[in-house]
Design a protein around this ligand. Sequence first.
Ligand code: HEM
Length: 365
Amino acid sequence: LLAGGPVAYNKRRDLYVISHYEAVREAARADGALSSAEGITRARVRLPMMITMDRPQHTRLRRAVLPGFTKPALQRWNPTIDTLAADLVGELRAAPSADMVSRLAVPLPVRIIAHVLGIPPEDQDVFRTWSDWIVEGFQLELRPDLPKRFSRSVRGLLRLSAYLQRQLDSGRLLEGDGVLGRLQRDTADGTISAEELFWFTSLLLVAGNETTTNLLSTMFLTLAEQPEQYDLLHERPELVTAAVEEQLRFSSPIQGFYRTATTDYQIGDALIPARSRVLLLFGAANRDPRQFTDPDAFDVTRPASQHLAFGSGIHLCLGAHLARAEGQAVLRHLLETTKRIEVTSRPVWNTNSALRGLHHLPVTL
Ligand code: HEM
């Protein structure tokens, strides 16, 4: 794809695929011509969430939630992230060989989201269970147990909805300093409804969990496979931030999202006709040699670059600072406590090609 033009047409799927860096960035910003409202996954899941809304509905919701997601607002959670990352890395070190996906990469993001939302500590276990159920249903992999997983996902959504409604009615969330309490306070005039709050919470679970899990799992694998880069980080720990950015570029957790053309859309010499489905390949763009020198090399000393792992334009990831903080905290604690990451048996990748990450990664530290 990268060797060809910026856009390729897949006849079998009747799909336009954009892969070049400049073209993907431009397309992500062209929200007037390329709509998210018909769903951004191949399966065209359309729920009343901001990620599948166009302007002006998207603008209203994004404005309402933004204050809780600015960099300074999210930095408040850094001490919690740091403690949890230290505990989970410590537990991994204590085990002779352990699956880092189920022991660290899955629990860290879901626990942090529960904190950020302001779920009271006594409810966090049950909240985590519902989160896991909900997220399972959105993985949309063609597995034999899909119907079972899907019905569990719906059950999770229903329980979460009832729970949030009870919390909102009782005013209990207002007591904490979490994002939901803050939103309830800031939007007491009805700017956003209880239903919108529920869908926003569900979106955070779906958008924020598996993506961050995948960042963490692939980071472990990259550093295990490239011990010279891990040694370099030991010598120069100030490169931790750059290393997480490089990991996001090198192995983008979201490889691509879909759009629907609302008008004819021109890219270079190619014309994408109105009504076409279009795939924006963030992962391919992040390996484009026109933008990145030696793009298939993982290099923590690479000069700062604008990778597209968090998208671009109006839907730019809302949780990017949180995901970065989690990646950096885990990497810092790994460097402090261990000289090598060793993979003890064959890694198992997820089968969903849009979400790049590991299902199973046994390691010893
Ligand atoms: C949107 C990637 C973590 C919440 C996006 C988009 C990408 C992305 C590519 C743009 C979608 C589009 O253009 O259609 C990632 C990656 C993550 C991550 C790679 C982890 C490494 C998180 C976390 C949260 C989050 C931790 C929340 C706590 C969201 C939300 C949106 C979004 C709410 C929709 C924003 C909007 O429509 O305005 N993310 N994300 N993400 N992300 Fe993330």
